[in-house]
Write a protein that binds this ligand. Structure first.
Ligand code: SF4
Ligand code: SF4
Length: 116
């Protein structure tokens, strides 16, 4: 290798919840866009939270809102099927989650028992 070449190695996909949470990144092998909840339409029933598979655990109560963390959401749409008011949409232009929300999610997850 030339001395000015960059030795770039792609990181392995974030295949576990723990990886996604600690590295704040989505599994880049997921093909579907993450989902987002439209707060103006959401009635706060939490059905989506119960429907989100535990290996993703992408939905959190945050203040008055119910929020999907896009880095944790693989777009499986289980929440969409559970939502009584159909207010969960694909989010093709999702933005990285801010540190304050990650800190909140980490706090919520601290005492949850998981096997993934
Ligand atoms: S699309 Fe799937 S992974 Fe994403 S929030 Fe909904 S249920 Fe969870
Ligand atoms: S299921 Fe729908 S209405 Fe209920 S909290 Fe989730 S997004 Fe809001």
């Amino acid at each position: 290798m030339q001395s000015d070449e960059v030795d770039f190695v792609s990181p392995a996909p974030a295949t576990t919840f723990a990886q996604r949470l600690s590295e704040h990144r989505r599994n880049d092998e997921w093909k579907k866009a993450p989902r987002r909840i439209e707060p103006a339409e959401c009635i706060g029933c939490d059905s989506c939270m119960r429907a989100c598979p535990p290996q993703f655990s992408a939905i959190y109560n945050h203040g008055l809102d119910v929020v999907i963390v896009p880095e944790l959401c693989n777009g499986c749409a289980k929440c969409v099927q559970a939502c009584p008011v159909d207010c969960i949409y694909p989010d093709e232009s999702w933005q990285p989650t801010g540190q304050a929300m990650w800190t909140y999610v980490e706090g919520q997850e601290k005492f949850r028992v998981r096997d993934n």
